[in-house]
Design a binder for this molecule. Structure first.
Ligand code: C2O
Ligand code: CU
Ligand code: CU
Length: 555
């Protein structure tokens, strides 16, 4: 695998040609190589001959129109894909959805995916959660212009898990994601296979999103200043791209694979009859053993693997998955204003009138983030007598401890600073190849990182450990290998912390962690196999596009 890295980089450099502005951010050494490589004769977009792909996919990014709500069709930006080579279950369309097809891979497969940009603007696709070479990660440096093609080649090194593919061009990630570009990527492996978990029609990927439609059923991404700080929220909840999602299921066990595909909205998921939630996996795959929760928090880009057993439920009965009330995730001031404005607060400020498009749909639900509203309905349409049983042991993995890390006494900082229009990480906004010394990481090391709120940083009292008026929740994401959460400490919890604190699932592999105001979180993350730049950023995508994004240089 390691020997492919150079090859991949060379091929990447030649396939995109030279003179492209997208290259302005590459380091001088790479730019020099680019010029040298442009002497080679590989035509643009050519795959490398000595990468023998088991699976080959063409992935298109394009605008298209489809019906989402009753009435006029909606323009979206979306992924579609064509299987060129590989098992026939590699791609599964979600009927009627703008979401990209569910991709399914096996650990160990060699995968070639050609992204073909049919949009009128630059884009790049990132494999959120995958452990791939930096050049194959789809970070903003590699954005391709309209009409271009980018060939990704990598071996699937991930364990069984559900990951995300989504756009990552700088300053445009949130908008492209919001306009519909996203999909789920499921990885299967032998350890998971032995469990014989519910599969086929009994394994259901569920992507939860919130959108705002105008009176013509169109989406507009244009957050106002205040919404760039809090995040951009829509009052229409979509599951797999459809409103009012109802699943007609049998009275047996299912596997629900949840993904938060919203740009900023955090959900607190619970069943309406208070049936506990049984979690079997997180971002990075199966837990060691199942965990029961009264509710689960699901922040942008987080995933949860749930075992849901409808055994014994009567035909015709219904169960509703809801987002339940919580507070403390938004800046105190925004939360107060939102309460004053009643059930329509978040968009009422600046998006005036946009929700009227839904006025034929009498909504009494409080769809503000932190409100109480339905996500999806399960309707039991057939009673069956046999059902698989929940395995008591799910997977085996090494649990990292301080003995495993290179820096037990000096955690790498991931300091959040929160100021007006300047949500930052480690005191700086994103800039190309602006790597600070502590952001350089030795290849093949395992590192302790600490996420906390910066006490200093010149934001005039904003950073006081969760007490500041600007303090809010941030889903912090690191590219590359999954990490483990060593500890989560509520040092200085904000009001409302009690409404969320039982909903975290911290004992599995993660790539995104929700950091509430006043929390300090220690994580342990390996940086193995691949050199290069790997991003870390807030997955509140409004924050990310504002520059709450940095890079580690693995060297
Ligand atoms: Cu979900 Cu930088 O990505
Ligand atoms: Cu990512
Ligand atoms: Cu953030």
């Amino acid at each position: 695998m390691k020997s492919n890295v150079n090859l991949n980089r060379r091929r990447f450099l030649s396939q995109t040609g030279f003179g492209l502005l997208a290259f302005a951010g590459l380091p001088a050494a790479l730019q020099a190589m680019q010029t040298a490589d442009s002497m080679q004769t590989l035509p643009a977009g050519k795959a490398s001959a000595n990468f023998l792909a088991d699976v080959e996919i063409e992935l298109y990014a394009q605008a298209s129109k489809l019906s989402i709500l009753p009435g006029p069709a909606t323009w979206v930006m979306r992924y579609s894909a064509k299987l060129i080579k590989g098992p026939s279950n590699t791609l599964t369309e979600i009927p009627g959805s703008y979401l990209g097809p569910v991709m399914r891979f096996q650990t160990g497969q060699k995968i070639r995916i050609s992204l073909i940009n049919l949009l009128d603007e630059a884009t790049i696709v990132h494999w959120h959660g995958l452990h791939v070479p930096a050049e194959m990660d789809g970070s903003p440096h590699y954005a391709i212009a309209k009409g271009e093609r980018f060939v990704y080649e990598f071996e699937m090194l991930n364990r069984a898990s559900m990951n995300i593919y989504h756009p990552h061009p700088h300053h445009q990630t949130a908008r492209q994601f919001y306009m519909g570009m996203a999909g789920a990527m499921i990885v299967n492996d032998a350890e998971e296979g032995r469990l014989e978990l519910p599969s086929g029609e009994y394994e259901i990927p569920l992507v939860i999103q919130d959108k705002q439609f105008d009176s013509d059923n169109q989406l507009h991404y244009g957050p106002h200043m205040h919404e760039r700080m809090t995040g951009y929220f829509g009052e229409q909840i979509l599951v797999n791209g459809r409103p009012n999602q109802t699943l007609n299921l049998a009275s047996r066990a299912y596997r629900f694979r949840l993904m938060n595909g919203s740009t900023a909205r955090i959900y607190k998921l619970a069943w309406d009859d208070n049936t506990p939630i049984t979690v079997i996996g997180t971002d990075g795959g199966l837990l060691e053993t199942p965990v029961q929760k009264p509710y689960v928090m699901l922040a942008p880009a987080e995933r949860l693997d749930l075992w849901v057993d409808f055994s014994g439920r009567k035909k015709g009965s219904q169960l509703i998955l809801r987002s339940r009330p919580f507070s403390g995730a938004l800046p105190a001031m925004a939360e107060r204003m939102s309460n004053m404005m009643g059930g329509r607060g978040q968009h009422g400020m600046g998006m005036g009138g946009m929700h009227h498009g839904m006025s034929n749909d009498v909504k009494t639900e409080d769809t503000r983030m932190g409100g109480d509203y339905p996500i999806l309905t399960v309707s039991i349409n057939r009673e069956v007598s046999d059902s698989p049983t929940l395995p008591s042991h799910l997977s085996q993995f090494k649990r990292y401890g301080l003995n495993d890390v290179a820096n037990p006494k000096q955690p790498l900082p991931l300091a959040i600073s929160e100021g007006p229009m300047s949500m930052l990480l480690n005191g700086r906004g994103f800039a190309d190849h602006d790597v600070q010394d502590f952001e350089r990481i030795a290849l093949n090391s395992i590192q302790l990182l600490e996420i906390y709120r910066s006490q200093s940083g010149g934001h005039g009292g904003m950073g006081m450990g969760g007490m500041g008026m600007m303090s809010m929740a941030h889903p912090i994401h690191l590219h590359g290998q999954y990490f483990q959460i060593l500890s989560r400490t509520a040092e200085n919890p904000a009001a409302g912390y009690d409404t969320v604190k039982e909903g975290f699932v911290d004992n599995g592999f993660k790539d995104t962690v929700l950091v509430m105001p006043g929390e300090r979180i220690k994580i342990i993350k390996p940086f193995q196999d691949f050199k290069g730049l790997f991003m870390y950023h807030c997955h509140n995508l409004e924050h990310e596009d504002m520059g709450m994004m940095r890079e580690f240089s693995v060297e």
